[in-house]
Design a protein around this ligand. Structure first.
Ligand SMILES: N#Cc1c(N)n[nH]c1N1CCCC1
Length: 326
């Protein structure tokens, strides 16, 4: 049975985390994304003008799935599209001998401009994979039958390398016990229900944060508008239309954000919520908590995930998420 671990290296401001992946004879840095289900990469089929500074998948090692294609648009309106190959993919020593690899023939500028990332490795449920005419499985779903345990874990860090594991839980990565909650995978996401919340030192939580997804591919923590408003009322922040979101002082006094999941309270340090100066050197920071307006659910992105050890687990049959303090 297989198991393995791979580094998750933070980009500036932990905007995303990138991990080394070998596809055929190519080594690329991919953004592992539990909010989508396509494994796609810059490739020899990507126009040179769109792939300056990127490592590329050389599809000559793969077997083309004739007549197959893919096209994806993310919530931030970025996107890519292309052709599909079956090829060997290795992540932290875990091998998928015939993984659907989506070679990009066109890519939006936000991806072309981000030269740290050579593509994405989707870890949401395969039900939202975009390949047509026959939907393909994610790397995790492809290797799942061969894994020691049918799960993967995520240990992201603020400003430091973290890791993903496949097939095993690294008990040295967390403190205390793991709290498991059921997952509703009907929309293809790792969706769970978060409970009460509080701001600052008072740990006692109240209210209900509600339906949320665990999404490594999103940088920030998107919460109900009323919760975001309550946080910034205490943090001395304000909604800044020009910045397109809440901002707050970068002075190190941002209060923690506490949220109950499965009856256990998890703490997001205030330092994670003073996310980044709105412009270099500014004393005003863009907020790591934003309102989920227009999304329809909460997104527990990297600002939250780097405060916990997260276990994405289908070993019990029904999918579940485990969270532990780190
Ligand atoms: N928007 C968005 C988004 C999301 N909700 N999960 N992953 C996302 N992206 C991965 C790369 C670009 C955006």
């Amino acid at each position: 049975a297989q198991s393995g671990t791979v580094a998750a290296d933070p980009q500036q401001y932990d905007q995303a985390y990138l991990s080394p992946v070998t596809i055929g004879n190519s080594q690329l840095m991919l953004d592992f994304d539990t909010g989508s289900a396509d494994l796609w990469a810059f490739s020899n089929e990507t126009p040179a003008s769109e792939s300056v500074g990127h490592a590329k998948y050389d599809s000559s090692t793969g077997t083309e799935l004739q007549g197959y294609s893919w096209s994806i648009t993310y919530g931030d309106q970025s996107g890519a599209a292309g052709n599909v190959y079956a090829d060997k993919v290795v992540v932290g020593g875990v091998t998928a001998t015939k993984q659907a690899v989506e070679a990009a023939t066109s890519i939006s500028t936000s991806f072309s401009d981000n030269t740290d990332s050579d593509g994405l490795l989707g870890l949401a449920f395969s039900s939202i994979n975009t390949v047509t005419p026959k939907q393909q499985t994610t790397f995790f779903d492809t290797v799942k039958p061969t894994l020691a345990k049918a799960l993967f874990t995520c240990d992201l860090k603020q400003g430091n390398a973290g890791s993903y594991t496949f097939g095993y839980i690294d008990t040295s990565k967390y403190t205390g016990s793991v709290t498991y909650v059921p997952v509703d995978d009907s929309q293809g996401f790792w969706s769970f229900t978060a409970g009460g919340y509080s701001v600052g030192s008072d740990n006692a939580t109240s209210g209900s944060v509600g339906v949320s997804i665990a999404d490594t591919g999103t940088s920030l923590l998107y919460l109900p508008a009323a919760v975001a408003k309550a946080y910034y009322a205490k943090a001395g922040g304000k909604f800044d239309n020009q910045q397109g979101g809440y901002t707050l002082p970068c002075n190190g006094n941002a209060p923690d954000f506490n949220v109950a999941i499965g009856g256990k309270t998890f703490v997001v340090p205030g330092s994670y919520i003073a996310y980044a100066p709105i412009t270099s050197g500014s004393q005003t920071c863009f907020g790591g908590i934003q309102a989920n307006t227009g999304i329809g659910f909460n997104i527990f992105g990297d600002v939250f995930l780097k405060a916990v050890y997260a276990i994405f687990d289908v070993s019990q049959g029904a999918p579940r998420l485990g969270f532990a303090a780190q």
